[in-house]
Ligand binder design. Structure first.
Ligand SMILES: [Zn+2]
Length: 74
């Protein structure tokens, strides 16, 4: 006789308060600037810039300082 089967009733939810998901829920991915998107739509290797207004990070391959979403200069 074994009680092992009873353990299958315990379902562990993937989200936990101590997990890594904390940062991803606080910051949004605002995507690439138009200019950068034309160069490489995948966004691989682009530099991220934080936007205070959008509470998110946008990406560029150039020396751009303007958020592509709200237009704020950072
Ligand atoms: Zn913004």
């Amino acid at each position: 006789m074994s009680d092992d089967q009873d353990n299958t009733n315990l379902v562990r939810f993937p989200f936990s308060k101590s997990g890594v998901s904390k940062t991803s829920s606080q910051s949004r991915n605002l995507g690439l600037t138009k200019l950068s998107f034309d160069v490489n739509p995948s966004g691989a290797g682009a530099k991220g810039h934080w936007c205070d207004v959008c509470k998110g990070i946008w990406y560029t391959y150039f020396l751009e300082v303007e958020c592509p979403v709200c237009g704020r200069r950072g």
